[in-house]
Design a binder for this molecule. Structure first.
Ligand code: C2E
Ligand code: CA
Ligand code: CA
Length: 556
């Protein structure tokens, strides 16, 4: 649909025909008034038509000009009565001209203001008001207008993302103005240091984007060398020299671009990857496998609905006492049965949920189900089962986590020692100081705390001994090598010995073979978990399995 305000700009493109049109209209009205007897009737009012029209089109100047023209042709050039030729009093036509001028200038002024505001709104929609750089919408339009390179398949267009990771820090210390100046400076550098002075767009709070046309990845890396060097230098802000933590990411713009927003998300993902991995000075290219990001984001949006619709359930994988073969408890593992996508493994949605506050609801759900299950098993004769629930380090950041766990235990009438919380070693160390108090409260309720995936992170057993941790779960990667891999054997044996000296129990997870089981039994591992004993199964299946084997799953 044609924008009505674009029509008001026509005269700029076709100025002279428009002036001619106005002159013709004024002349037309003059002849019309003349033909109808002169200015003594109401017909001179039709002169407002060309005046208003030219005021709308040309603004205040156009309104005034046609008012004067109209005033003259209906004044000194016309008798009051064309039949008798009676002339007009000067004061009359001067008054008329005054009115015409008043209307012309009011309408012209209103038209000028309207055009000004419309332009401003349009500008704000396409530009970042703080730096004056074209914004994300402009970039999307630009990407969409790019020529299709499917013929020249040797090269592609690349979208380069430039992120300033310390933007918040700069803003905090020097104010928003400083960040905007830094971005303007970065945009100038990008434009001048990249070939053919490309336009630079602001893609978000801390990110700029540039499109490099018709290039290959190797060429693109060469072309950005100068820019990378320039970005390393500090830049002046008043008397200060500021350092920008710059990270670069890139994505190939495929031919036939229908969803330009998708590429902007990808490039933002690439720079966030570069930032997370501290790959300063390198360009992280977003590969095709990252196309799943979008799907993952959608998935996260559906997770909450899935939780409420009962699509999430818990499976239980038996844990067996190594020396006796008796079932000691189980690890609760989440399963998502999606109505459209089918079974979604936890590794696909739990890490995403951990990036949001949704993980609290997920963990409370898992805990609620597991505790409910312990209570049901107690009633069915499966006494003293201990169920382990996986928790995220982010849960420990939630201020009332320990209280909620206590409330859940009370509401199911389950004792603390029947609940184990598994915390992954990998990210634990970062949060250990801030979560110490909560961990202590939890362990005072006799809840068992264990370190999951032990050996994949950086914690030392010595350090863990100072925390209220009583179990370590050796990561599957080490267990998989048993009993043949000599390195794995030494590591597992050493970890078991040291853990025992520190009064901790050891669980070996991912036990798949009799060989591994035998080795673990010989070196004194306390508990095993793995496909060799059982895969994760539903609560009903667990019940049947337990009844069938009388609680003794493995024969020793
Ligand atoms: P994890 O806590 O290390 O759980 C063990 C994973 O290893 C489970 O995968 C389990 O099915 C699998 N596994 C067990 N024994 C064997 C074996 O002998 N061989 C092999 N190859 N695999 C074995 P799953 O169920 O796919 O869970 C993956 C991860 O998702 C879990 O790793 C855990 O980090 C996370 N997760 C699962 N459920 C929850 C939950 O309710 N909350 C949270 N926060 N994370 C969960
Ligand atoms: Ca676990
Ligand atoms: Ca694990």
């Amino acid at each position: 649909m044609t924008d009505p305000f674009e029509l008001m700009n026509w005269h700029k493109k076709t100025k002279y025909p428009f002036i001619l049109l106005i002159l013709l209209m004024v002349a037309g009205v003059y002849f019309f008034v003349y033909a109808t007897g002169g200015v003594k009737y109401v017909f001179p009012h039709s002169m407002y038509l060309p005046i208003i029209f030219s005021a709308i089109v040309f603004g205040i100047a156009g309104g005034l000009l046609s008012a004067i023209l109209g005033g003259i042709v209906l004044g000194p050039f016309m008798p009051i009565d064309t039949m008798t030729g009676e002339t007009q009093q000067t004061i009359n036509w001067l008054y008329r001209m005054g009115f015409f001028a008043l209307v012309g200038s009011i309408v012209g002024f209103a038209s000028d203001r309207m055009l000004f505001y419309v332009k401003q709104i349009k500008w704000l929609a396409n530009y970042d008001s703080t730096t004056g750089l074209p914004n994300r919408i402009s970039m999307e339009n630009f990407i969409q207008s790019l020529p299709d390179l499917s013929e020249k398949n040797r090269c592609s267009h690349f979208l380069l993302g430039i992120a300033l990771s310390n933007a918040d820090e700069i803003e905090m210390h020097f104010g928003a103005n400083a960040v905007n100046q830094v971005f303007s400076h970065l945009a100038c550098l990008a434009s001048s240091e990249l070939p053919s002075n490309p336009s630079v767009y602001r893609l978000g709070h801390n990110c700029l984007g540039v499109v490099l046309l018709e290039t290959t990845e190797t060429d693109m890396r060469q072309k950005t060398e100068n820019l990378k060097k320039a970005l390393q230098k500090p830049f002046a802000f008043g008397s200060l020299h500021l350092h920008g933590d710059i990270y670069l990411g890139s994505v190939v713009l495929e031919s036939a671009i229908n969803e330009p927003g998708k590429y902007i998300e990808k490039v933002r993902y690439a720079v966030s990857e570069a930032t997370a991995k501290k790959q300063q000075g390198e360009i992280v290219v977003c590969s095709e496998h990252d196309a799943r990001i979008r799907e993952n984001i959608e998935l996260l949006g559906e997770l909450m609905d899935g939780l409420q619709a009962g699509q999430l359930t818990m499976h239980y994988q038996p844990k067996v006492i190594t020396q006796t073969g008796y079932i000691y408890g189980a690890e609760a593992l989440m399963r998502w049965n999606h109505p459209v996508r089918g079974k979604i493994p936890p590794n696909l949605f739990i890490p995403r949920a951990e990036e949001s506050t949704l993980i609290d609801q997920i963990t409370y759900f898992a805990m609620d189900q597991a505790l409910g299950q312990i209570a049901t098993w107690e009633q069915n004769g499966l006494k003293g089962m201990q169920i382990a629930v996986n928790i995220s380090t982010r849960n420990l950041m939630s201020h009332d986590f320990d209280k909620t766990v206590r409330q859940l235990l009370d509401s199911h009438g389950v004792k603390g020692e029947n609940l184990e919380l598994e915390i992954t070693e990998n990210s634990f160390m970062e949060y250990v100081e801030s979560s110490l108090e909560k961990l202590t409260t939890l362990s005072k309720s006799n809840i068992v705390l264990s370190i999951d995936d032990f050996g994949t992170g950086y914690s030392s057993l010595q350090y863990l001994a100072k925390l209220p941790i009583s179990v370590i779960k050796i990561d599957q990667a080490f267990i998989r090598g048993l009993p043949n891999n000599v390195g794995a054997k030494y590591i597992v044996e050493a970890a078991i010995n040291l853990a025992h000296k520190l009064d901790m129990k050891v669980v070996a997870e991912g036990v798949e073979t009799l060989g591994a089981y035998d080795f673990l039994r010989n070196v004194g591992c306390d508990i095993i978990q793995g496909y060799y004993a059982s895969r994760p199964i539903t609560a009903g299946e667990f019940n049947t399995l337990y009844q069938e084997c009388g609680g003794r799953l493995l024969q020793v």
